[in-house]
Design a protein around this ligand. Structure first.
Ligand code: ADP
Ligand code: MG
Length: 254
């Protein structure tokens, strides 16, 4: 109790932006996501890093709400979004998604692609938001263009603008840079990260590339066979691998 009678020990801490607890998922009797738990704060990037098939995408898809977990809970800002009884539909989770294939709508203009997720507001408000985002990703000159007229890197920036348009609290990214030219990749990674940090978005980035996780993550959750085997700051995970397999995973990839 302090001098004004305020008991600081009883202040409730701010909940994480995203929290998953004990997520489990099996397919045909095989457990592919096995008791996954972690939390992400606003403005923080956590990488789920691990070899192909270890359960990264399934974890991300459950958080997005397009795959149902067998058990476990998902919370956004401390509020339950999904457990085995209650399930908030994907479009109400305030989550943005980015994938390796940019999944732009080929028949829609760049402006209409970015506006796609904007469900509220007047036409003028939507247009203003689209312009603001296209300015931010430096693609205003393509506002009336179509996806096929853009390079891979430009399409991925449109996908970022589209995902950010409804101001999601969380961005889920599944290997979003894998399809890009090596030459372009570093620039786009940095630019994407800057924009997401500016917006204070909590980011879950799925990747099988240690180098990408080292470059982008505030925290790395190393996955193997459906489990998180090590979780910590990139430097610690890299310099103090939890076992031989973790060491091999980092060195094989280099
Ligand atoms: P990662 O993204 O780490 O490569 P995934 O989460 O995509 O791994 O897949 C984990 C395992 O679950 C893989 O063995 C995959 O074949 C299997 N799997 C994923 N989705 C399904 C599904 N809908 N039906 C059956 N098996 C699946
Ligand atoms: Mg995957």
């Amino acid at each position: 109790m302090n001098s004004i009678g305020f008991d600081e020990t009883r202040v409730t801490p701010v909940p994480p932006r995203l929290e998953v607890k004990n997520l489990m998922r099996s397919f045909e009797g095989r457990t592919v996501v096995n008791d996954i738990s972690f939390a992400i704060q606003p403005g923080q990037v956590t990488c789920l890093l691990g070899p192909s098939g270890c359960g990264k995408s399934t974890t991300l898809r459950m958080i997005a709400g397009v795959e149902m977990q067998d058990s476990g809970e998902i919370y956004v800002d401390g509020a339950l979004v999904c457990d085995t009884i209650f399930r908030l539909p994907p479009e109400r989770r305030e989550i943005g998604l980015m994938f390796q294939d940019f999944a732009l709508f080929p028949h829609l203009s760049v402006a209409d692609n970015v506006a796609f997720g904007l469900t509220s507001g007047s036409k003028a408000e939507k247009r203003a938001r689209v312009e603001e985002l296209l300015e931010r990703v430096d693609l205003m000159r393509f506002i009336d263009g179509y996806p096929h007229q853009l390079s891979g890197g430009e399409q991925q920036r449109v996908a970022l603008a589209r995902a950010l348009a409804p101001k999601p609290k969380i961005m889920l990214m599944d290997e979003p840079f894998s399809g890009l030219d090596n030459r372009l990749r570093d620039g786009i990674r940095d630019e994407t990260l800057n924009i997401l940090k500016e917006q204070d978005t909590a980011v879950l980035l799925v990747t099988h590339e240690p180098e990408e996780a080292m470059r982008m993550a505030d925290e790395i959750a190393l996955m193997r066979d459906g489990r998180i085997v090590q979780h910590g700051a990139p430097y610690n995970v890299y310099t103090r691998p939890v076992d031989r397999a973790a060491l091999a995973f980092f060195s094989d990839a280099n």
